[in-house]
Design a protein around this ligand. Structure first.
Ligand SMILES: [Zn+2]
Ligand SMILES: [Zn+2]
Length: 254
């Protein structure tokens, strides 16, 4: 197993154990009910990504026509910081756009239909959302000349962050609140998964929460235990096939 896969598996094991030993909400669904649909989507996304983004990245890093703006920055730490901030602010904008249009919401809604938010929710994204999300990212990598190692490091930290903030781990409230000033935490992200529209239209950040502060969408929940997760039109568990077909169907009611 390579070190990237090892990092992901370790994060799932650590946060998966913590959410079961110290749960925030009591799970009423079985392990298979709450994880299998998400893992099916995750499998599709990882396969589709490796068949598309990998090939294009290989071309970008081999071409010598345009080396990117970061090529002229000779301080490696500054280059890493700028790369991380660019990739993260892009993800913030993408996520906010997904909530802004009826058409994009159809696909992003799949992520929000989660009732039992847990570590596997980090993989609950529709493939039709995931694949196009790579196009502006690849453009950024090309335009700024983001280095392979810096992109890989960001993707790894992001993956750990997504597993962490989707976990059902009842992290101490004060610690969660303190961390939420810098990174996305479980309580901070739970509000984004709220059924109440005003609450779900806040906290769009994926790794650094600073973007929500800067773009005025930061909201820390006063009573996170009162948040009702999911979307009102889909109040029961959906299997993998139903999640894949969901964007192409009319809402059940409402
Ligand atoms: Zn969202
Ligand atoms: Zn989420």
């Amino acid at each position: 197993m390579d070190w990237q896969s090892l990092t992901i598996v370790s994060s799932v094991l650590v946060f998966g154990s913590l959410e079961n030993i110290f749960p925030f909400f009591d799970f009423k669904a079985t392990f298979s009910q709450r994880t299998y649909p998400n893992l099916i989507l995750g499998f599709f996304n990882v396969t589709a990504n490796s068949l598309t983004i990998g090939v294009i990245l290989h071309w970008i890093w081999r071409q010598k026509i345009w080396l990117g703006f970061l090529y002229y920055i000779k301080l490696p730490w500054l280059s890493i910081c700028i790369s991380f901030l660019l990739l993260d602010v892009y993800l913030y904008i993408w996520h906010r756009l997904m909530h802004s249009f009826a058409f994009t919401w159809r696909f992003h809604k799949v992520h929000h239909t989660e009732i039992w938010m847990n570590t596997s929710t980090a993989y609950r994204f529709h493939t039709v959302e995931v694949i196009p999300s790579n196009i502006p990212k690849l453009f950024l990598v090309w335009l700024f000349g983001i280095e392979p190692l810096h992109l890989l490091a960001y993707e790894m930290i992001l993956a750990i962050g997504l597993i962490f903030h989707h976990s059902n781990w009842a992290i101490p409230h004060q610690l969660d609140k303190l961390l939420s000033y810098i990174i996305v935490t479980p309580n901070f992200h739970r509000l984004h998964h709220s059924q109440i529209l005003r609450e779900s239209q806040s906290n769009y950040a994926s790794l650094f929460s600073i973007w929500d502060k800067i773009f005025k969408s930061y909201s820390y929940p006063k009573y996170p235990e009162k948040i009702k997760l999911g979307v009102t039109q889909h109040s029961h568990d959906l299997n993998g096939l139903k999640l894949i077909l969901l964007p192409f169907q009319k809402p059940e009611h409402g």
